[in-house]
Design a protein around this ligand. Structure first.
Ligand code: SF4
Length: 329
C-alpha cells in the first residue's frame, strides 16, 4: 500500500504536563515535518502508565493537556491525525501478537531497560509493562503502517528492535507491514533547571504552560557559574546552565550580550536571568494562551480528539484485520 506522502508515526508519553524539553526535543521537529509527511501523533497513555500506573485518575487530564498543547504549538489536526493511544484498542491486540514472537533476549538486551533496572526497582515500576514497552512501541508503529519514525541519532538502535519484530511478523505470517525507517532529527537535550535531566519527578522542569510569574521565579533560582560568586567576578557562560537556555531561546544579539557581559563582569546574573525569563516568556505566551482557550472549550477539544481517535482506529483496524487473516485467526 502506498500513501501520497510517506506516513510518519510518533508520539509522546502522557505522564503529566509537557515541558520545554519536549518542545525543543521533539515537538518542534514534528511541526517542521508536518508538511512533508502524513503524520500520526499520539498521546501515548499506555506507555505513560508503565511508570505512572498509580496515577491513572490523572491520565484523562494529561491526554487532553497533551493534545491541546500540540495543537497550540502548531500541530494541525486537519492535517495530522492526533489521537490518544488507549482509544485505539487495536494496538493492544497487535502488541499481543508481537509479544508472542519476540524472544525475551531481544528485550533483555535493550540498553534503556538495563540502565533503568535499579531506578525501576526503587520506584516500584520494575514491571512487565515497562519491560515489554518496545513490543508495544513496535505495535504503535505497525498498526498505522508507519514508514518513518523521527528519532535522534542515539535512538536508532531502539527503532531497530521494532524493525526486527515487524520483519519477523512479515516473514512468519506473510504480512506486508512496512519496516519503519528512521528520520534523523536534531534532538537537543534540554537540561533541567538544576542541570540534571529535565523531569517532572525532579521538580526541575519548565512547563509549556508555565505562567510568567512562576517562570521568572524558577529562572531566578537557577544555579550559575560557580566561579561567579560576586557581581564583580567574571564568569564563563559555557559553565552556566542559564546560558544553555539562552542558546535555545535568545537572539544572536542577546547571546553576544550575555557572553560579553558575563566574561567582563559587565552584567550581573540577575540581568542575565531577567533577559532569559523575558525571552522564554515571549516564546511561551501565545501557545500558552491558545492551549488555555482550547481547554476552556471542552466541546471543541473533545470533538477534535474524537475525530482523531476515530480516524486512527479506522486505519488500525485495517492493519489488524489483515494480520489476523494472514495468521488464520
Ligand atoms: Fe550564568 Fe549569565 Fe551569570 Fe554568566 S551572567 S554566570 S551566563 S547567569
Amino acid at each position: 500500500m502506498s500513501f501520497q506522502k510517506p506516513r510518519l508515526m510518533t508520539g509522546t508519553r502522557a505522564t503529566g504536563e509537557l515541558h520545554i524539553g519536549h518542545y525543543f526535543g521533539t515537538i518542534k521537529n514534528w511541526i517542521a515535518m508536518q508538511p512533508d509527511y502524513e503524520c500520526f501523533i499520539g498521546s501515548m497513555d499506555w506507555h505513560g502508565m508503565t511508570t505512572a500506573y498509580k496515577e491513572s485518575r490523572s491520565v484523562k487530564e494529561w491526554n487532553r493537556g497533551v493534545i491541546a498543547n500540540l495543537i497550540a504549538w502548531g500541530i494541525d489536526p486537519e492535517k495530522t491525525t492526533l489521537f490518544i493511544q488507549s482509544r485505539v484498542p487495536e494496538v493492544l491486540e497487535l502488541s499481543m501478537i508481537f509479544a508472542n514472537l519476540t524472544p525475551m533476549g531481544w528485550l533483555e538486551r535493550v540498553p534503556t531497560w538495563k540502565d533503568a533496572i535499579e531506578e525501576a526497582k526503587a520506584s516500584d515500576t520494575h514491571n512487565l509493562g515497562r519491560f515489554s514497552y518496545p513490543v508495544l512501541q513496535a505495535a504503535d508503529i505497525a498498526i498505522f503502517r508507519g514508514e518513518k519514525v523521527p528519532v535522534g541519532a542515539d535512538q536508532v538502535a531502539h527503532l531497530e528492535l521494532s524493525r526486527e519484530i515487524i520483519r519477523r511478523t512479515n516473514s512468519l505470517y506473510k504480512t506486508r507491514i512496512p519496516e519503519p525507517q528512521p528520520v534523523l532529527t536534531e534532538t537537543p537535550v534540554v537540561p533541567g533547571l538544576d542541570g540534571r535531566k529535565m523531569s517532572k519527578s525532579y521538580g526541575n522542569a519548565i512547563s509549556l504552560n508555565e505562567e510568567s510569574t512562576t517562570l521568572s521565579k524558577k529562572i531566578r533560582g537557577m544555579p550559575t557559574d560557580p566561579a561567579r560568586m560576586r557581581r564583580e567576578d567574571v564568569g564563563n557562560p559555557a559553565n552556566c546552565n542559564v546560558f544553555s537556555y539562552h542558546k535555545l531561546v535568545s537572539s544572536e544579539e542577546d547571546k553576544t550580550w550575555v557572553v560579553k557581559g558575563c566574561t567582563t563582569a559587565g552584567i550581573g546574573c540577575g540581568d542575565c536571568k531577567g533577559r532569559l525569563a523575558e525571552n522564554l516568556n515571549k516564546l511561551l505566551e501565545e501557545p500558552r494562551n491558545r492551549q488555555k482557550d482550547l481547554l476552556n472549550n471542552p466541546k471543541l477539544l473533545d470533538s477534535i480528539i474524537a475525530a482523531g481517535c476515530e480516524k486512527a482506529s479506522l486505519e488500525a483496524r485495517k492493519t489488524l484485520v489483515e494480520v489476523k487473516e494472514k495468521m488464520g485467526i
